[in-house]
Write a protein that binds this ligand. Structure first.
Ligand code: F6P
Length: 517
């Protein structure tokens, strides 16, 4: 049976438009012939200004993409998500991370959940303030992985300038003991608070690190587990069985990679305080409103998600690079990798039928200007076109006079160079140009701006996932490796390679055997 991603007439119109000339679209010619191009393809959204004009996109393609969104039911699916319907069908769950950032107060819909959300939020923020006031706690160690690590870690780094000085925040995710060992060398049991962050409270890495941390704490003479360990989880019983009495819960309708706004955000709240955390939520909420209310032609998540579809399914670009020109956003690419690739790295539609079109691009990147001195060569002169996303922050939080203008000039110049290129007689110095980029601008990197930026990315991923007709909210693809690792762990202990493929068997013996020569 064909998959349902074939059924919209706009797919075919877009394909025709692409073949008829849009595939040869030239940015330089487009700016020459259309004086209104910047105005048309740039826009403001809450806390974020976006310039899409340096993309390989003309007005006809944009109109057809908007029509595609309509025909693929993107708005209907968005409204279903915001109505609390079980749109994560393979797990039978609603998708309501947006509810975590809605203001308190009854609105006549989902009021019971809203009240629970705010009761937990108030309790968690009060606890965050207690920890902030407790001079006896000098170190906070967050133990979690995936969504229970990437979001809070990325946000804590981004908002470091807003954090109260004097308390160190550590993030331990990997089951590789080097990570935990390095942190334990720096902390004292008496002055450390461990946050065990796990939606399920079963994840191998997190539970391994949590057990080791508790054993270390007790072995070092630590006394009061209740004071020094707190859990952030939907599995309150498992946290209690672990011996943790301070628990902040959340709900199965919050996906791991969408959980920064829940109790998983506690380390961020400890760093920036209750008011700062509320601003983070308010910024994201403003973007939610924009996504729900802005007309399609000026709806930024919709426009960006459709651009992603255009590049992936018509231009055939398989990756997108992100370059935040703010070192505080250095973990943003890693965060976006989980958000986008775990959400949209799917090969079947909602009914489980194979798709005929490509889905998630590879998302990758490094902060500017560092990336310029590493892989930008390939972006300018390589054989593949990789759309690049710049994120520039206008106001710096420091007052060093030389740096900010140079940083911003570099971001602008790179986008310009990618587009304009440079003709040279010899091949080596020739820049083809016409390389696409999107340019996002924040006024400053504060909690509200960060909240809005992250919600923008969440909804953009939602849009492309909805166009592709996939479930962006499950992640069955991570399960197989987890199961096999259990089997291999026991084989590593016993040496039993029976039934294994020759490569795995050979490597197993190498890893068990005497030191490699
Ligand atoms: O293995 C993938 C995953 O399930 C992610 O989706 C999730 O963010 C991560 O593991 C951590 O899960 P948990 O918060 O339940 O420990």
């Amino acid at each position: 049976m064909p998959s349902s991603d074939d059924d919209a007439p706009a797919w075919h119109q877009l394909a025709e438009h692409f073949a008829a000339g849009a595939r040869l679209f030239d940015l330089r010619a487009a700016f020459r012939s259309d004086a209104g191009r910047f105005d048309h393809f740039s826009q403001a959204a809450p806390h974020v200004f976006a310039d899409l004009s340096k993309n390989l996109l003309d007005r006809t393609a944009e109109e057809l993409l908007l029509r595609l969104a309509e025909q693929r039911g993107v708005t209907r699916r968005r409204d279903a998500m915001f109505a609390g319907e079980s749109i994560n069908a393979t797990e039978g769950r609603a998708v309501m991370h947006w509810l975590l950032r809605e203001p308190a107060g009854d609105t006549g819909r989902l009021d019971a959940q809203r009240r629970e959300v705010h009761a937990t939020l108030e309790r968690m923020l009060a606890y965050a303030e207690e920890v902030r006031a407790d001079e006896g706690i000098t170190d906070v160690v967050n133990i979690g992985i995936g969504g229970s690590d990437l979001g809070p870690q990325m946000a804590a780094l981004a908002l470091a300038e807003h954090a109260a000085p004097g308390r160190r925040l550590h993030f331990v995710s990997n089951v590789d003991g080097h990570e935990l060992a390095a942190v334990l060398r720096q902390v004292q049991p008496r002055t450390t608070l461990f946050l065990i962050a796990s939606k399920t409270f079963t994840t191998l890495e997190t539970m391994t690190n949590a057990h080791t941390a508790r054993d270390w704490f007790l072995a070092q003479g630590g006394q009061d587990v209740a004071r020094h360990f707190a859990a952030l989880t939907t599995n309150v019983e498992a946290a209690a069985a672990f011996g943790i009495s301070t628990t902040f819960g959340f709900w199965d309708w919050v996906g791991g990679r969408y959980s920064l706004w829940s109790a998983i955000g506690l380390p961020v709240a400890i760093a920036i305080g209750a008011d700062g955390f509320r601003q983070l939520l308010a910024g994201a909420h403003a973007m939610d409103r924009h996504f729900c209310e802005a007309p399609p032609e000026s709806n930024l998540p919709l426009r960006l998600g459709l651009l992603d579809v255009w590049y992936r399914n018509f231009h055939g670009f398989t990756s997108r690079s992100v370059a935040p020109y703010h070192s505080g956003l250095r973990r943003l690419p890693a965060y976006l990798q989980q958000l986008e690739m775990e959400s949209n790295g799917k090969r079947v539609d909602l009914a489980g039928r194979p798709l005929s079109r490509g889905t998630s691009p590879v998302v990758w990147g490094e902060p500017g200007t560092n990336g310029q001195h590493a892989y930008f060569q390939m972006l300018h002169q390589g054989t593949d076109v990789v759309p690049l996303e710049f994120i520039a922050v206008r106001d710096a939080a420091h007052s060093l006079p030389l740096h900010q203008p140079r940083l911003l000039a570099n971001a602008l110049a790179q986008a310009q160079a990618l587009m304009l290129g440079k003709k040279d007689a010899g091949g080596h110095k020739d820049f083809p140009g016409n390389r696409p980029s999107t340019f996002l601008v924040l006024e400053r990197l504060g909690p509200a701006e960060l909240g809005a930026l992250i919600a923008l990315y969440e909804h953009r991923v939602f849009v492309s996932g909805a166009v592709w007709g996939i479930n962006s909210f499950d992640q069955w693809g991570v399960e197989l490796g987890k199961v096999l690792a259990k089997d291999i762990e026991s084989r590593l202990a016993s040496g039993d390679a029976t039934g294994l493929d020759a490569s795995t068997a050979g490597l197993l013996q190498r890893l068990r055997g005497p030191a490699l020569s």
